[in-house]
Structures are given as C-alpha cells and as structure tokens.
Ligand binder design. Structure first.
Ligand code: NAD
Ligand code: TDX
Length: 334
C-alpha cells in the first residue's frame, strides 16, 4: 500500500496508527483527514516527518470533500468518530452525524471510487455488557448507551453495504485502549492528570463494580494494520489483549505510579446505564497472526510516565470548553 487515507488521524488511536505506519512502512504516504473537533489535535502529529503525510481538514459526512481526499489512495482506515460515552448521554446528535451518516458516506465514497480496501474501526461496546465469558464476532449487537448505539448502527450500515454492493469494508471491534495522546476526558488520562494536579479522581460507584479490558494503543494499531493487510472484506475482527481490571484496581495503580494516596479517590454517582463489563474473544484476529506485545505492567507504567512528562500537551486540553463540560458532568470545577 502506497497511499492510505486515515480519517480521524488527529485523534488518539488514529495519530498513534499514523506513527506506526510511518515507522513500519518506509514507502507509505498517509493522508490524514480530520474535522478537528475538540478531540482532534494537530499536536498529536507534531513529531512526525511532515514530508510523509498530508493533513486535510474535513468532515467524513461531507461526500465531495471526502471523495477529493480519497482519490488516488489505495486504502482507507476510519478512526473518525465521536467517542465519549458521557458526552453521548448529554446529547447524541453529533454521534449520529459522524458515527452513522459519516460511516455511510465513507461506504459510498469507497464504492464510487473503487477503493480496494477500507477498515472501519469500531468498538467492543456494540455487543453490550457481559457478566462472564467473551463475545464472538457472530454474536448480535446489543448496545446500551447512545455512543455504542451509534457505533453499532454504523457497523450495520457497513455490513449491509458490503452485502448489497460488495463494498470491501472490514470492521474491527477493539477494547478499551490506553497510551499516549488520549484526550483527558477518558478515565485513564483524566485520573493521571487529576492526580498530578492533586485533584479528586471521580470514580463512578466507587469503581468496584465495573471491569474494562485494557489494550495498549500500539497493539491496537498493529491489529488494525494486520486486518487492513490480511482481513477479509465483509468480516468483523475483535481486538483485545486480556488485561481485565476493575476500575478501582486501575485507579489504585495510577495513584501508586503518580506517588499519590487513596484520599484522592472520590466516589461519585454512577453513569446512567453504565455497562458492567466488556469482553471480546480475539481468536479470529490471532489466527491472522496478530499477538499483543505490550505487557500491562510495562504499558501502564510507560503511559503514566508519558503524561507526567507531557504536561504541555495535556494542560491546554483541560481548559476552555473542557471546564464547562467538566462542571456539567461532575458538578465541580476541573
Ligand atoms: P478520539 O475521540 O481521540 O478521536 C476522534 C478523531 O475523529 C478526532 O481527531 C476528531 O477530530 C475526529 N473526528 C470526529 N468527527 C469527525 C468527522 N465528522 N469527520 C472527520 N473527523 C472527525 O477517538 P479515539 O479514542 O482515537 O477512537 C478512534 C476510534 O476507535 C473510534 O471509532 C472509536 O469508536 C474507536 N475505539 C476507541 C476505543 C478507546 O478506548 N479510545 C476503544 C475501541 C474503539
Ligand atoms: O470520570 C470517570 N469515572 C469513571 O469511573 C470516567 C470518565 C469513567 N469512569 C469509568 C467508566 C468506565 O467503567 O471508567 C471506565 C472507562 O470509562 P471511559 O474512559 O469513559 O471509557 P468507556 O466508557 O469504557 O469507553 C471506552 O472504551 C470503548 C472509550 O471511551 C470508547 O470510545 C470505546 O469505544
């Protein structure tokens, strides 16, 4: 592959994926197509060789703009999405515009231009919560919050597009991802940066009830690359590394690594409809040759160290609109 369009490439997983592609494939050129919402950030790409990628400001729901950017590319990988569950509970119209209409627009453009392959990055949340065991790709979707419902809707549209027109779309469903350049609205960077600031860590329902399975962003990017090159159009691939942690355990680890004590933990009222546990079985992807390479203990230590060393990156993100969001979400100042 010589020229890949990476939509949402200025966000957390997208920018790490661009970095991975440029490191691994010396001949590839990346076109980053991103709307730069509050979650998109040119600073996520600032260390990269600017001759190896092109940045295009645009909305995936804008068909003419997307077609122009896609022309001449031999693949597309979509990371563009509205991604925060708590914001989707406040209002989901943007989630529908990007995660459903935007995905439909991508499918139409891929078909119209005859692009050979496109990977649509989705989430384990589409399956809903599971108390024991793990979901397989053949299980039905059962989303339980507006964000997850919008992602499941995009997935269904993509699968229908493949079935109807043969559009070469492939879906990945990754688990909770962590690593550098994640917006500090998400639990891990929020808790690390709050701890560094000596501020409370707002743990929903005290953190003993909910479990997430943590996947390092580099392993997530490598998995998407594997699916891009070896996956079968019309198929779904789950991605997970098997690092399940209760939220309270994750919080204690963050406090230990930042040298803070548990008095910073602030139990707060639960997220409405809070999914207890997500778990997916990634054996289909492993059969393509992917294996996660970042052990949890190393990954979490390196990630916390990265936020400690990059205050100039996260500090501006905890100002402006974020202050209003935080007050509305937690009923306190950030
Ligand atoms: P993010 O919120 O950090 O970044 C999203 C990016 O998409 C931003 O750069 C934003 O500007 C851009 N964007 C939003 N709407 C757009 C639009 N209409 N047109 C063009 N660009 C737009 O997201 P992330 O955490 O990197 O997630 C990337 C993808 O991975 C999403 O599809 C998400 O559902 C999925 N996912 C995320 C996780 C996780 O834990 N973060 C886990 C599994 C799956
Ligand atoms: O302040 C908080 N307090 C808290 O206890 C926040 C923001 C979260 N939490 C809890 C809720 C979840 O159980 O931490 C857990 C993780 O929360 P988020 O970081 O909001 O992630 P989650 O809701 O699990 O969704 C994430 O994984 C799947 C991503 O945000 C999604 O984009 C992805 O699809």
């Amino acid at each position: 592959m010589r020229r890949i369009l990476v939509t949402g490439g200025a966000g957390f997983i997208g920018s790490n994926f661009v970095r991975y592609q440029l490191e691994r494939y010396p001949d590839v050129h990346i076109v980053v197509f991103d709307k730069l919402t509050y979650a998109g950030n040119r600073a996520n790409l600032v260390d990269l060789d600017s001759s190896r990628y092109t940045f295009v400001l645009g909305d995936i729901a804008d068909r003419p703009a997307l077609e122009t950017a896609l022309d001449g590319c031999d693949a597309l990988v979509n990371f563009a999405a509205d991604t925060h569950v708590d914001r989707s509970i406040m209002g989901a119209s943007e989630f529908i515009a990007t995660n459903v209409t935007g995905v439909y627009t991508i499918a139409e453009c891929v078909r119209a231009l005859g692009i050979p392959r496109a990977v649509l990055v989705s989430t384990d949340e589409v399956y809903g919560s599971i108390d024991a065991g793990a979901f397989r790709e053949t299980d039905p979707v059962a989303p339980r919050n507006p964000y997850a419902a919008s992602k499941a809707s995009g997935d269904l549209m993509a699968l229908a597009h493949h079935a109807t027109f043969g559009t070469p779309l492939i879906i990945t469903r990754g688990s909770n991802t962590y690593g550098p350049y994640q917006h500090p609205e998400k639990v891990l960077p929020l808790f690390v940066t709050n701890a560094l600031e000596g501020k409370p860590l707002p743990l929903y329902r005290g953190g003993e009830h909910n479990v997430r399975d943590w996947l390092h962003v580099r392993d997530h990017g490598a998995a998407i690359d594997c699916v891009l090159r070896k996956g079968t159009p019309g198929e779904i691939y789950n991605i997970a590394a098997g690092n399940e942690r209760e939220n309270l355990e994750l919080t204690r680890k963050i406090l230990e690594l930042t040298g803070k004590d548990e008095s910073l933990i602030q139990p707060v009222p639960d997220r409405p409809g809070h999914d207890r546990r997500y778990a997916v079985d990634a054996s289909k992807l492993r059969s393509l040759g992917w294996v996660p390479e970042v052990p949890w203990d190393d990954g979490i230590a390196a990630t916390v160290a990265w936020y400690c060393e990059h205050e100039t990156w996260w500090r501006p993100l905890k100002s402006g609109e974020f202050v209003e969001y935080y007050r509305r979400q937690y009923r306190v100042q950030p």
